[in-house]
Structures are given as structure tokens and as C-alpha cells.
Design a protein around this ligand. Structure first.
Ligand code: AMP
Ligand code: MG
Length: 321
């Protein structure tokens, strides 16, 4: 079976085809704001313009599609609506089933697929989300999460304050490598939950006081990633699990990977991270998860295909292994 997946919850419009064995094709068309952060309506407009172009590229190469999957949420309303409209239309036109996919679940499932992790504690770190997730019976449960902004958004905000273009995460990573002096910043872990907005404000003030962008980036990363590693470690211990899976765009960060690896070594746990192309938002994860869901009984009728900007992973009943 060949599934087509459309991802477009935020900045990256990505359409892919997968079958049971592999990713057959993927095109990414990122929306890159000229100034500032992501503007939801501008991003939606970008997706609306690019979807027909990508689809015509796909139909030149593939004539058999058995399923259309789309990211139903969580994400930015205007972006989600564009993607859902395209997906509905395509499923009706091709007369194939439609499957609405939870975006967080898709990150997690492609991570498991590409790394062969079985039952991990997953750290999902992206622009809008930061969650520690593990499966308990027929649901994925969120054991800890950010109480305000996602770590990716925090990195992007700090970068913007230091006059760096969007997305800021990779730029902060480069600067941090050259940092020499560590400055203490607020470390905010509340039980199993995290908060990043105070940390961003403090780091911005540090930069305004004349500290170099390199030292600010270094100090920010050390504190923020230690917070994420602490909560992941506690979830491992509470749940007596021995695998950690890192997914989401921020997962590409080498320092975050290093911290998690060291923690896993100490606990004799295995650390997994998928290849970079499947870390950030991508169409393959939606196509793959749509296929997985369809094969275990899921199908989204048109009348149930409305977008869900606040869709939580716990809402999905897990009917597969
Ligand atoms: P996603 O929403 O999963 O596509 O992830 C996008 C987020 O990942 C943005 O906030 C980026 O700044 C962030 N990001 C991408 N690469 C890196 C990196 N190497 N280090 C830190 N953050 C990153
Ligand atoms: Mg994401």
C-alpha cells in the first residue's frame, strides 16, 4: 500500500509517499518569514500556493496512491485548515480513504520506525511542543511537558532578540559551541513539568547587559537542555523503562543529544535518535502513521475531518504494537 501524507501544522509544508517498507518520495517547502517569527496566515498562504505544485510533481511520478493522510493537529489553525482541505479533496478525487493524524504521535511513530526503539520514553522537542511521552496500555501518556512555550520557540525568541534570522535553533547551537563562560540562568522544573519563558527573558537581559551572543547561547543551552534531560531521566526511573527516543526539530541539536546519551549511559538505557530529515516536521511521518493507523482499523470520514488545533496525543487510542 502507498500512503500519501501531508504535513503543514506550522512552518514546513512537506508531502511524502511511503509504503510498508520505506519512504518513497518527499518534498519539503519550508515557509521562512522575512522578519520575525511564523505568521500563521502567511504560512497558510504559503502552504496553499505550494500544495498544488508539489502534488503535480508527485502525479508525474506516481499513479497509484491508496491512502491520504494529513496532520489534523495540534498546530496553527489557518495552516491546518489549508492542509485538511487539500487532503479531503485529494481523497475524494482519488476515491481512497482519508486518515487524520495527530502530529505528535507521527513524530513519535516515525522515530520508532526509523530507530527500531520498542517501548521508549520519548522526548519530543519542537517549535511549539516539549513533552516527555511513554506508552501505557492503549494510550501514549504525557508524563511531563512545558507549561508555557516549546523549547524550539524559546530558542527562536532568544535568537530573534540577538538579531539572528528564523529558525534560530541551529544558529544558537553554532554560537554555543564557541561559548567560554557559563552564566547562571533560571532553571525551572516543576515536578515533571518545565517552563522556558522566564529563562528566555533572563537570557535576553543577559545579552542586553553586554554578554556575548556566544556565552548567552552556551549558558541558555546548558540550562534548558539539563532541564529536559532531568525530566526525561525521572520518567525513565518512574516507569522502569530502558530506552530513550529523541524526536522533533530541536532533537537535531548535538549538545542535547550528548546530554541525553550521557544520562542513558549512567542508567544503562539505550538512546535513539532518527536521521535528521525525520526529526523536524516532515510528510513521511504523517504518511507512515496514517498507514499504521489505517492498517489497524482507522479511517477518518469527511464529517470527522475538521482540524484540531489543540489535539493531544492521549486522545488517540493505540491499536497497533
Ligand atoms: P519542528 O517544529 O519539529 O519542525 O522544529 C522546529 C524547531 O527546531 C525550530 O524552533 C528550530 O529553531 C529548532 N531547531 C532546528 N534545528 C535545531 C538545532 N540544531 N538546535 C536547536 N534547535 C533546532
Ligand atoms: Mg513538530
Amino acid at each position: 500500500m502507498i500512503a500519501l501524507g501531508i504535513e503543514g501544522t506550522a512552518w514546513n509544508l512537506s508531502i511524502a509517499l511511503v509504503d510498508e517498507k520505506d519512504v518513497l518520495f518527499q518534498i519539503n517547502k519550508p515557509y521562512l518569514p522575512k522578519t520575525g517569527g511564523i505568521h500563521p496566515r502567511e504560512a497558510a498562504q504559503h502552504h496553499a500556493e505550494e500544495i498544488p505544485k508539489i502534488l503535480s510533481e508527485i502525479f508525474k511520478r506516481f499513479d497509484k496512491i491508496d491512502l491520504v493522510a494529513f496532520s489534523q493537529g495540534p498546530g496553527m489553525g489557518p495552516c491546518l485548515r489549508v492542509v485538511a482541505t487539500a487532503a479531503r479533496l485529494l481523497a475524494l478525487k482519488l476515491k481512497v480513504p482519508l486518515v487524520g493524524v495527530n502530529h505528535c504521535l507521527a513524530h513519535l511513530e516515525i522515530g520508532r520506525w526509523k530507530t527500531k526503539a520498542k517501548n521508549p520514553v520519548t522526548l519530543y522537542v519542537s517549535g511549539g511542543n516539549s513533552q516527555v511521552i511513554a506508552r501505557r496500555g492503549e494510550r501514549y501518556r504525557v508524563f511531563g511537558e512545558t507549561l508555557d512555550i516549546g523549547i524550539g520557540n524559546a530558542l527562536d525568541k532568544l535568537a530573534r532578540h540577538m538579531n539572528l534570522p528564523h529558525p534560530g535553533g541551529p544558529k544558537i547551537e553554532e554560537l554555543a559551541k564557541k561559548g567560554k563562560k557559563f552564566y547562571n540562568l533560571p532553571y525551572v522544573v516543576k515536578g515533571m513539568d518545565l517552563s522556558f519563558s522566564g529563562l528566555v527573558t533572563a537570557a535576553q537581559k543577559l545579552y542586553d547587559s553586554g554578554v556575548s551572543a556566544e556565552d548567552v547561547s552556551y549558558s541558555f543551552q546548558e540550562v534548558a537542555f539539563a532541564m529536559l534531560t532531568e525530566v526525561t531521566e525521572r520518567a525513565l526511573a518512574y516507569l522502569s523503562l530502558d530506552e530513550v527516543l529523541l524526536v522533533g526539530g530541536v532533537g537535531a541539536n548535538e549538545r542535547l543529544q550528548e546530554m541525553l546519551k550521557l544520562m542513558c549511559e549512567d542508567r544503562k538505557a539505550k538512546f535513539f535518535a532518527p536521521p535528521k530529515e525525520f526529526m523536524g516536521d516532515n510528510g513521511a511521518m504523517i504518511a507512515y502513521t496514517g498507514l499504521l493507523m489505517f492498517k489497524s482499523g482507522y479511517k477518518t470520514e469527511i464529517e470527522n475531518s475538521a482540524v484540531k488545533p489543540d489535539f493531544r496525543i492521549e486522545e488517540v487510542l493505540i491499536t497497533w504494537d
